[in-house]
Write a new protein. Sequence first.
Length: 364
Amino acid sequence: MKTTEIAIIGAGPAGLSCAVEAAKAGAKVTLLDENLKPGGQLFKQIHKFFGSREHQAGTRGFRIGEQLLKETEELGVEVLLNAAVYGIYENKTLAYVKDGKDHALRAERIVIAAGASENALAFPGCTLPGVMGAGAAQTMINVHRVLPGKKILMVGSGNVGLIVSYQLMQAGAEVKALIEAAPQIGGYGVHAAKIRRAGVPIYVSTTIKEALGTEAVEGVVIHSLDEKWQPIPGTERTLDVDTICLAVGLSPLTELAWMAGCEFTFIPPLGGHVPIHDENMETTLPGIYVAGDITGVEEASSAMEEGRLAGVASAESLGYYDKDTAKRLKDEIWQRLNSLRTGPFGEGRFKAKIKQLQARRQLA
């Protein structure tokens, strides 16, 4: 059976960052990802990151991904692509499928950085071709260079909906409107201002009544909502669109952590049920760590910091860092993480993460 010291599931922002930190310390690292290319959401992000210089503000997401990939290559990280992990069994043994064949990998430590999946929205016609997640549309235009449609309705005004709307326009599509069920825009004002300046109307307290079409999306009916989130009769309007993009949140991909036997807690601001972990990102199962959106949906910058934290902690547990060095590195990472969880958008995530850590202490 193939063996490694640290197996990392998921080669997105968290997984790549984890691999770099653990390999820097000298650990033997194997990184597995079900996709044909590593990088996760980073390679969909052609926009410049926000924040501070230490979080690479002003750098485009795909450039950050390129740098992380370069580091993993230079550090000798083993990267297994097209490798879908489908089970975590006794003695930290992973089962995965690669190129149509089953394989097993035994690790001394496991880091689950599986990310999150896009949420769906139920409405008449939601299964028609042309209804898709905003992340899927972003992958099509920025990775595969394929325009998903010519006339777009974007549903959801968080940062994903706002940013992808602008990128769709850059790719040549016409965004007919952006709608938001809540009474206010959910994302940063700077992103909303960019698409408004481009002439895209943003309708709040508005949702989809139905998608029109037989073989594919041919239009959409939207209507307004009252303060109790109920449709207001007579407010229906029809938009001429061929594509409906849904940016209505993400849910952590927690199946492998459930299967392994990790204990969970329910925290709605983090996406629902999330695995309990301590300050080292270690779950209730010794030697199994989590990082990134599986621990609660945040931004790529936070996922990378959690990945670094899990990388340092897992390498320390194998003796690759002395206690003082590991503490210094982890304190620096926590300082950067906490700085990302400030302000009107970050404060809720900070409180939710504190609740997650408290759940772990209560079990100790």
